[in-house]
Design a binder for this molecule. Structure first.
Ligand code: 5GP
Ligand code: MG
Ligand code: MG
Length: 183
């Protein structure tokens, strides 16, 4: 791969940096209004949510704590199975806290629904979800994210935290990869 021209591997840009930043500012305003004056602990799901967390949190003109979890979802092939293992747990006791889970994309929703029931068992005051992107299958899941950037079609996207074989996370835009990347 020509690492000097990473951006040119995107064949179709779905969301530009400007669109992403604009939408995250709107979401931050909603979050600020909903949590006005109250406690807020944002929990980012590593590694994909790093960019969303950084920009969403900086869009908030209020105090916020941030913590991180890393989970791995066992699956056959590319689909998650819902069988999840915690690779890195929270450093924070969330009992009595208002928790906002921050994710970059919900596909089947299996990973996140496992995570939500795991977090709920720790007696938080509340647990909500913010995700930048949501795919159609997630609509069938019982977990309903309170904040969604955009609903997208069922295609594989990269950039802004989203990887293909651990690459492309550092792109500022989100899009689909050119076919030559896969071959
Ligand atoms: P699920 O919601 O199916 O349990 O899994 C969600 C995870 O699958 C995301 O956090 C992400 O790591 C990965 N994923 C799902 N759809 C895509 C996609 O279109 N592009 C990329 N790069 N990862 C995806
Ligand atoms: Mg994720
Ligand atoms: Mg990935």
């Amino acid at each position: 791969m020509d690492t000097a021209h990473v951006e040119s591997d995107l064949v179709n840009v779905l969301f530009t940096e400007e669109q992403i930043q604009g939408r995250l500012r709107e979401m931050a305003a909603e979050i600020e209004a909903d949590y006005a004056g109250g406690d807020l602990l944002m929990v980012g799901v590593l590694r994909g949510a790093v960019m969303v967390m950084a920009d969403l949190a900086r869009g908030l003109g209020r105090h916020v704590e941030m913590d991180w979890m890393a989970v791995s979802s066992y699956g056959s092939g590319t689909k998650s199975s819902g069988v999840v293992r915690i690779l890195k747990d929270l450093d924070t006791d969330i009992s009595g806290r208002h928790v906002l889970v921050v994710d970059e994309i919900i596909d089947t929703g299996l990973t996140l629904s496992w995570l939500i029931s795991n977090l709920s068992s720790r007696n938080p005051a509340s647990v909500e979800i913010a995700t930048l992107l949501r795919k159609p299958e997630a609509l069938a899941m019982p977990v309903e994210p309170k904040y969604v950037g955009w609903d997208i079609p069922n295609e594989f996207v990269v950039g802004y935290g989203l990887d293909y074989q651990e690459r492309y996370r550092n792109l500022r835009d989100i899009g689909t990869l050119a076919p030559h990347v896969y071959s």
